[in-house]
Design a protein around this ligand. Structure first.
Ligand SMILES: Nc1ncnc2c1ncn2[C@@H]1O[C@H](COP(=O)(O)OP(=O)(O)OP(=O)(O)O)[C@@H](O)[C@H]1O
Length: 847
């Protein structure tokens, strides 16, 4: 196994998590190491509840059992060696180092890398060693006021450089904030910072860059407030019930005007709210409603755990160099990079706080090497400053409660410690020396999870999909180890492997960089999810051995002769040529793994000497079975994910249908109510009109009947002498009406006759009254024509007739128009009425 180390891009360690509470069956056993091979390096994975599945054996650089302490892991993974490589004690720029944890969700990655309430993680320990080792050679911005500028000038990643004091001032106190500036004194934590050697004077602090975030006084004063890891522990103790789903979207509480005890944006960050609400939303699916803001606070360094103690440990540094430590933090979330030290910006359009994703690209100053461009970087002069920056960045990390882990990291977190280095006094050959140096990058990868177990939904399920996808690509890269082709498939692999290979460009030749040294700590819960764990172990282990149990139904079809169980080894290269190189490749992925890296070549170890063709066939078949079994596992996982997604979509669809039905029902009811209201109004209007019409009709018919009765009465009585005065008056009125009508009719007749008269000859179109005598008429006609004279004579005769008729009419007209001038006796009226009928008869004759 020792020979593998020189070939691997990663040293891979396995750490087993201690059991907590009720656990499932243990499926992972640590192989007893042989006497000369201590510590243990191999584990066996026995599939629970399925004796037909292959038993797998994995090899790692070292296996840490459940009782291993943080310090054990720190020492045995040789973090101090990585730090030494970064500090480059023997000159040069040093070697980049990468320390990462990988594992299923809840397996202990964060615990290992960031520690817990009482235990420091590898990050804190590494920082401690770095600052302790640099000692007096470290520069800070107070002792060297040009430090910030010179680092900024030499930084190739387009970063914004802050001094620790100005960054922490803006993070932990917000003097620019209108509500707090006058009433709040600097927090004790800040006093700690400012009382540190090299702290800025107050005036300088006030001139710090625009406020990033702030905590209230009580937040930072509270000495017994548990730090981030405390919250994790509390949460894990009170794990949410199954079916929990996290709150994903941030800042909703603030947008909805919820009152928070402190207006510090960290106290209401997405991550913290998620942590708190994950417990409450456990049975509600995704929630966007207001939930109480948890009392998440930043802490003074004295609240940070002090154990384990590495004060006795330091590594060599370059005595001829001076150093500066620059810290940056970012996360890879949904395959995009977000700065954890830059506050989110409130979108004008959506009023939500958002982070701007950053690019991983080659820059002008670094054409041959990709860098995360545009980060905030903080120059830290002391360990406490570095720890506080770490604390500030962790506040912004995305975590959420899932069915698998109540405080699950939903992003891949990157913590970068750049150790900048230049000759003492900053000069070389009389010129200002540029900054060189290397970086230690510590990565807390998000955990892979099975959707069914995590019981996630909505955005968290999508996150899980992205996490699993990126880890799958990481797995492929780890399997290939020396093959850099696949590393560009996702941001995670790009970031992890970008420094793994020496650059071949001319630029790099001038400035040679060593490939990074990388340590991967795989965390596993021996009682956790078997399938997910075996999947992780398969692609992370340095070597693997599969023992396929005897399965009669398959083996008999291949080989009738009984054989012992074959053993397949994915062992270190000892010269055996690969027999069957067909690694597992998930559906849809190109399987270009046929050329495995030497250490992962699958070699065939014959069970006994003298194996024959049948045995070989059997073993090849067994290998195929193992491969198919892997594929089956993957497909099962994929199926689980798809099934969950489908169930979620179906549930959503059903709820939408219900909602639509409800809406339709409500709309129908509204329509009915409105229709009835309008119908009522129309009915009332119609009834009123009907009433009026009926009254009018009755009145009309009453009048008619009355007239009729009077007429009949008058006829029956002969004269109206017996009528009383009132009766006479009514009768008179009615008659007047009749007369007027008659008068009107006659006028119309008159008019018609006039027109007719005028039409009889073009020469007689002049109205009668305007014309002169018959003689003048005769004069105006042509005298010469006998025909004209005859028609003229006829016309005159016709005119004479008409005149006479008109005279008659005029006579009757006058009679009608003078009804009341003389006698108004009813008798006379009746005569006139009778005459009307006579006149009508004449009129009929006339026309
Ligand atoms: N070695 C250990 N000793 C004691 N407790 C541990 C250990 N490893 C993990 N734990 C506890 O197990 C729980 C889950 O661990 P942790 O949060 O580190 O998991 P994780 O792998 O980071 O999960 P995720 O990927 O979901 O973030 C925590 O409460 C942690 O304190």
């Amino acid at each position: 196994m020792a020979s593998q180390k020189s070939h691997n891009l990663f040293q891979v360690y396995l750490r087993l998590r201690p059991a907590q509470g009720t656990q499932g069956e243990r499926f992972l056993a640590v192989e007893e190491p042989e006497a000369h091979d201590f510590p243990p390096k191999h584990i066996t994975l026995n599939p629970p509840n399925d004796r037909r599945r292959a038993v797998e054996k994995f090899a790692f650089t070292q296996v840490f059992e459940e009782d291993a302490s943080q310090l054990d892991v720190f020492h045995c993974t040789n973090v101090a060696g990585l730090v030494e490589g970064v500090l480059a004690p023997h000159g040069g720029d040093g070697t980049d180092a990468l320390l990462a944890t990988l594992g299923v969700t809840g397996s202990g990655k964060t615990h290992t890398i960031l520690g817990s309430r009482s235990q420091r993680g590898l990050t804190q320990l590494a920082l401690d060693v770095i600052f302790r080792s640099l000692g007096r050679n470290i520069l800070n911005c107070t002792s060297d006021p040009t430090l910030e500028y010179s680092i900024s000038a030499s930084d190739a990643s387009e970063a914004t450089i802050f001094t620790a004091a100005s960054f922490l001032d803006s993070v932990y106190a917000d003097p620019a904030a209108p509500l707090r500036s006058s009433t709040r004194a600097p927090t004790p934590m800040l006093d700690d910072v400012f009382s540190m050697p090299g702290a800025f004077p107050r005036s300088r602090r006030l001139a710090s860059p625009k406020s990033v975030r702030a905590v209230s006084r009580e937040d930072s004063v509270a000495p017994d407030t548990p730090p981030l890891w405390d919250l994790r522990e509390q949460s894990s103790r009170a794990a949410p019930p199954q079916g929990s789903a996290p709150l994903v979207h941030s800042r909703i509480q603030r947008l909805q005007g919820q009152k928070s005890p402190a207006k510090h944006f960290m106290t209401s960050t997405a991550s913290i709210r998620k942590k708190a609400t994950a417990k409450q939303d456990s049975l509600q699916g995704e929630s966007v409603g207001p939930t109480p803001t948890p009392s998440r606070r930043l802490h003074r360094p004295s609240a940070f755990p002090q154990q384990p103690d590495v004060s006795s440990l330091s590594v060599s540094s370059d005595p001829s160099a001076e150093y500066a430590v620059v810290i940056s933090m970012y996360e890879v979330y949904n395959d995009r990079i977000f700065d954890l030290l830059t506050p989110p910006i409130k979108s004008v359009a959506t009023k939500e706080y958002r982070r701007r994703p950053l690019l991983f690209k080659s820059t002008e100053a670094s054409p041959d090497r990709k860098l995360v461009a545009g980060l905030r970087k903080v120059v830290c002069g002391t360990l406490n400053q570095a720890l506080m920056v770490l604390e500030a960045g962790l506040h912004e990390r995305r975590v959420a409660g899932t069915g698998s882990n109540s405080v699950s990291s939903r992003s891949h977190g990157f913590f970068c410690v750049e150790v900048k280095k230049r000759p003492k006094n900053g000069r070389r050959n009389g010129y200002e020396a540029p900054w060189g140096g290397s970086a230690l990058t510590i990565v807390d990868l998000a955990g892979s999870e099975r959707a069914r177990d995590a019981k996630t939904a909505g955005a968290t399920l999508a996150e899980a999909g992205k996490i699993n996808e990126s880890l799958m690509y990481l797995g492929q890269c780890l399997q290939m180890q020396s093959d850099a082709v696949n590393k560009d498939k996702c941001k995670l692999t790009e970031l992890l492997f970008s420094n793994s290979f020496p650059s071949a460009s001319a630029y790099s030749a001038a400035r040679h960089r060593n490939p990074q040294k990388a340590v991967m700590i795989v965390a596993a819960d021996p009682h956790g999810d078997f399938n997910a764990t075996s999947q992780i172990l398969r692609y992370s282990a340095l070597a693997r051995e599969v023992t396929v149990p005897r399965i009669p139904s398959i083996t008999q079809t291949i080989l009738t002769a009984p054989v012992t169980s074959p053993t397949l080894s994915y062992a270190s290269p000892v010269g055996s040529p690969p027999l069957h190189s067909r690694p597992f490749s998930p559906p849809g992925m190109s399987s270009n793994c046929t050329q495995l890296s030497p250490n992962l070549e699958r070699t065939f170890s014959p069970g006994s000497p003298g194996s024959d063709v049948h045995r070989t066939t059997m073993e090849v078949a067994a290998l195929e079975i193992a491969r198919l079994s892997e594929e089956l596992d993957y497909l099962r996982q994929a199926l689980d994910t798809e099934r969950s997604a489908r169930q979620e979509a179906e549930a959503h669809l059903l709820s939408m249908e219900d909602r639509m039905l409800e809406l339709e029902q409500a709309i129908r009811e509204d329509c009915v109510i409105e229709f009835e209201r309008r119908l009522e109004i129309e009915m009332a209007r119609w009834r009123a009109n009907m009433q009026v019409e009926m009254e009018r009709g009755e009145e009309h018919w009453g009048r008619k009947i009355e007239v009729f009765e009077r007429t009949m009465g008058g006829a029956a009585n002969g004269t109206g002498d017996e009528m009383d005065d009132e009766g006479c008056e009514n009768k008179e009125n009615v008659l007047m009406e009749d007369i007027n009508e008659e008068n009107e009719r006659l006028r119309r007749d008159n008019e018609i006759l006039r027109r007719e008269l005028a039409c009889m000859s073009p020469t007689k179109r002049i109205p009668l009254q305007e014309r002169g005598s018959d003689a003048s008429l005769a004069k105006s006609s042509h005298p010469g024509s006998p025909r004209v004279g005859r028609s003229k004579a006829n016309a005159i005769a016709d005119e004479g007739n008409l005149r006479r008729k008109l005279e008659n009419l005029r006579v009757s007209d006058e009679g009608v128009l003078r009804p009341s001038s003389g006698s108004t006796s009813p008798k006379k009226m009746r005569k006139l009425t009778t005459k009307r009928w006579d006149t009508n008869a004449d009129d009929d004759d006339l026309f």
